[in-house]
Design a protein around this ligand. Sequence first.
Ligand code: GRF
Length: 201
Amino acid sequence: MKRIAVLASGRGTNLEAILEAVERGDIAGEVALVISDQETAQALQRAERRGVKALYLNPKDYGGREQYDQAIVDQLKEARIDLVALAGFMRLLTPFFVNAFPQQIMNIHPSLLPAFPGLDGVEQALAYGVKVTGCTVHFVDQGLDTGPVILQEAVPVIQQDTVETLHQRIHASEHRLYPTAIDLFCNDKLKVEGRRCMIIE
Ligand code: GRF
């Protein structure tokens, strides 16, 4: 059984979807740890409500980004984590962190990468005027939303959309996609060849 950690800064609806999928038996793993950089993150409460260890680490308590990431990595190693799932974790990981978990860190992004990376992927798509956007689960590498794509799902943009309505539909799509990608990882079905992530049949 793979041991999963989820890192989240905010509402944690993706965390909730992952926890629900684990409870349903749709993910062949367990969420062993949730970490947040925000004391009041709803994600921490969601974890506690389901009896999952939830940890707040305050970046201000550490000398810099590297020291902070070292503290997170220490916690992850101590908990014998196999997969780190970023779910709205609003910090860029240092190379030290990425190297500590090679091809074991995933992220979910609210656009069809490589379109609209970085912050406000939904706003960017709406402002650009694309007719189709969506969400992407990818492995994390040293860049900003640049790692190998694991799964993507398209979401049509409708004429009446605001950032809120579009983000709502993308969220619904994320809540399906992320647990699916995590389950593939837990079943050792993902293999990265160069930039391509293959799903082993
Ligand atoms: C999601 O839209 C995800 O794509 C982005 O951050 C948001 C997190 O939402 N990386 P939530 O906290 O899981 O509700």
